[in-house]
Design a protein around this ligand. Structure first.
Ligand code: SF4
Length: 721
């Protein structure tokens, strides 16, 4: 690794793996970048996206450089000053709040926001405006896991760490493709398997992904049958006496109802519903039952579902009946898709929570935060609008104004035709972003230019609860400002200057960590100085032992100078009675039905070299070479029935819209299933590239996460009009 006075340690701002990077700034301003060999998450490794990260800040061609606004949507955007842009926005917000109440405005933020930014937006709208209308695009990817953890373990708490990748001997990867979407973590698993040939990888996925290809056992289940599979494995674990009766007896509740539920179906019935062999389910149960380290990994295949919470619970159940949690190599591990999805949750960046996992429905929690913030208003006692609810409310006029920060909902939301109508219908739209690539810019009344990665300072938390500090390395171009500064300047224009009197993000961070004291996410002993010195810590972290810090919550055995590696080492969970909850989970899928008009199921996902809506990765020529265009995977049987050949242009029709892409005829998807990547917006000049034209706004009733993985469609060969 090269080092020089112009080298800076930072963290990759793409996926939740949170790899450490070293950025070298040369005298001519040129940047180079390499993996940080001292970072415990990636040990020097980077994937293709991470290796090309610096190009996203070196290319300034599409950057937003100045605040802009217009008095009506029919007028062109005009350059303005920061004061004018923020004063007008504050005037509009105040007028709407006065006339329609605080719930007439909303903030929609992003898992790419830094912890300090999340905290400030949360403080502003919940503690000062008096509405809980703040939600994040993490609602679209992680909220089912949040609720699953809370219901089963008592809190939104990832129990494991990346070092468990080298401790496990059975990996159950379900509804995830880490080979493409969390590549550095996957490389750690592959290296572990190469060194230990007895290690087994089970992959449950309707698609034959690169992860599935590398697995020892691919369970190519039918879409929506994840719970049936997990319940069937649970039944076999009981029948074959692989369960841990002492753990169940002493550390859990709910086993009896679980047992009754999983015995409702025979293994053969479950296998038929899943579309796989009963012997394969038996093999998976045997490997899990005999393992000494059972690690399950999942992402959107479980979460992005109308039954996403139940899918999570059905998986966590397998750890709780076998006692495979809290010990090295054991535990349920939800992989986060975004770099700071975890930090957002810690600071209360969802419509139903407050900082440090407090809840808006808990009167004591509200009072604590009102006192801490010196709030001039009462915090609302009901959850605010979630991501999809915000767009519904814009469409029907209940919500008047939305402020969108660093996210691109006109590519990532379900049912994009509806989302587009909703933004058109909004009275006032503020878009705060780095580049004009965000499709939302076209609908904005005010555009605020934000500083990009390396141009601002702050912290993020990765998927293993690891907090890192990101230094400012470059000046932002033009008049772009760090997101935190934009929010505290706006709060001052709203009349809240006394409580938003910050000069730098470390003041915001210091305030945030104070409010975590005594909670399960306690980081009250963590400062920027400590993070700079130690590189990272894992929460909870109450200060260094040698400095008289408090004992680690989980167990002194697992305490070290960088925080808590593994939660629940003492098998005392965050529930009131300290017992984990096992659930008997119903296995019916309630997604929209297929029918003769729309007989195929569409599932959406990601490709290796693009990230989310391509506003960053789409600017990097090398990354665009991997797969330059959107496509639809369709099974040869389905293609033949429709006279569709490989590479042919097809129209995919759904109940809400259509897309037009080239067909990729492949056995990688089962008959009856199609797959399309979700990354493309209007970037290639057409809205017909957008997979989310076809998805629907059905959401899980508890997590409010959309059902992206199951939409009824038909595919026809494209006919020129
Ligand atoms: Fe960045 Fe994720 Fe790749 Fe690591 S694995 S380099 S965090 S995109």
């Amino acid at each position: 690794m090269k080092t020089s006075v112009n080298s800076f340690k930072s963290t990759c701002c793409y996926c939740g793996v949170g790899c450490g990077v070293v950025v070298h700034k040369e005298n001519n301003g040129r940047l180079t970048l390499e993996g940080d060999v001292t970072h415990p998450s990636n040990k020097g490794m980077l994937c293709s996206k991470g290796m090309n990260l610096h190009y996203t800040v070196m290319d300034q061609s599409d950057r937003l450089l100045f605040p802009q606004m217009r008095l009506s949507r029919s007028m062109p955007m005009q350059r303005t000053s920061w004061d004018e842009a923020l004063e007008r926005t504050a005037a509009v917000f105040k007028a709407l709040i006065r006339k329609f109440g605080p719930d007439s405005v909303a903030f929609y933020v992003s898992g790419q926001c830094l912890t300090e930014e999340y905290y400030l937006v949360n403080k502003l709208i919940k503690g000062f405006i008096g509405s809980n209308n703040m939600d994040t695009n993490s609602r679209l990817c992680m909220s089912s896991a949040v609720v699953g953890y809370k219901l089963s373990l008592g809190e939104d708490s990832v129990p494991v760490c990346y070092d468990d990748m080298e401790e496990a001997d059975v990996f159950y990867v379900t509804g995830a493709n880490p080979a493409w979407c969390h590549p550095v973590l996957w490389r750690r698993i592959e290296a572990h398997k190469a060194a230990n040939p007895d290690v087994k990888i089970i992959c449950a996925d309707p698609r034959r992904t690169d992860t599935a290809r590398s697995a020892d056992l691919h369970l190519a289940i039918n879409p929506g049958t994840d719970i049936v599979l997990n319940n069937a494995i649970g039944r076999l674990l009981i029948e074959k006496n692989y369960i841990d009766s002492d753990f169940i007896e002493n550390h859990t509740n709910g086993f009896d109802s679980f047992q009754a539920k999983v015995f409702e179906r025979t293994t053969e019935e479950s296998a038929a519903i899943c579309g796989i062999a009963a012997s394969d389910i038996e093999l998976a149960a045997d490997w899990i039952g005999k393992s000494t380290g059972f690690l399950s990994l999942w992402t959107m295949g479980l979460n992005q579902s109308v039954i996403g919470v139940n899918k999570n619970l059905s998986l966590i159940n397998l750890h709780l009946i076998t006692g495979r949690i809290g010990t090295p190599g054991n535990g349920p591990f939800s992989l986060t898709g975004q770099p700071n999805a975890m930090g957002g949750r810690e600071t209360g960046g969802l419509a139903n929570i407050l900082p440090a996992h407090r809840e808006v429905t808990n009167p004591a929690h509200r009072e604590e935060m009102e006192t801490f913030w010196n709030s001039p208003v009462k915090i609302a006692d009901k959850p605010g609008l979630t991501a999809t609810e915000m767009f519904d409310a814009l469409a029907d006029g209940r919500l008047k104004a939305i402020w969108i920060i660093n996210t691109n909902p006109l590519v990532s939301m379900p049912d994009l035709n509806m989302a587009e109508k909703a933004l058109k219908n909004a009275r006032f739209v503020v878009v705060q972003d780095v580049s004009n690539r965000a499709d939302t810019v076209a609908y904005a009344d005010v555009v605020l230019p934000a500083a990009a990665w390396l141009e601002k300072e702050g912290t993020m938390t990765n998927a293993e609860r690891r907090i890192t500090h990101l230094p400012k390395v470059l000046d932002a171009p033009g008049e772009a400002l760090p997101d935190a500064e934009i929010i505290w300047r706006f709060a001052e224009k709203m009349g809240f200057g006394n409580e938003f009197n910050y000069n730098n993000p470390s003041q915001v961070y210091d305030e945030y960590v104070k409010v975590t004291a005594g909670t399960n996410v306690d980081v009250s002993g963590v400062s920027y100085d400590l993070l700079r010195e130690q590189r990272s810590v894992q929460w909870p972290f109450k200060g260094r032992k040698e400095e008289g810090g408090k004992e680690d919550l989980a167990s002194a055995e697992f305490y070290d100078s960088t925080g808590t590696k593994r939660l629940f080492a003492d098998w005392r969970f965050f529930t009131a009675d300290k017992r984990a909850q096992i659930f008997g989970v119903a296995d019916e899928n309630t997604s929209e039905p297929v029918d003769p008009d729309f007989p195929l199921v569409l599932t959406t996902g990601r490709i290796r070299d693009q990230w989310h809506t391509m506003t960053k990765t789409g600017r990097v020529a090398k990354l665009n070479q991997h797969i330059p265009q959107p496509f639809l995977q369709i099974n040869p049987q389905d293609a033949q029935m429709r006279n569709i050949s490989d590479g042919q242009l097809v129209t995919v029709l759904g109940r809400r819209g259509e897309v037009r892409v080239k067909a990729q005829v492949t056995e990688d998807v089962k008959p009856g299933l199609c797959f399309m990547p979700m990354h493309w917006g209007k970037i290639l000049g057409s809205s017909l590239n957008r997979a989310n034209n076809l998805t629907n706004t059905l959401v899980d009733p508890k997590s409010k996460e959309p059902d992206f993985k199951f939409s009824a469609v038909e595919v026809v060969a494209y006919q020129k009009p």
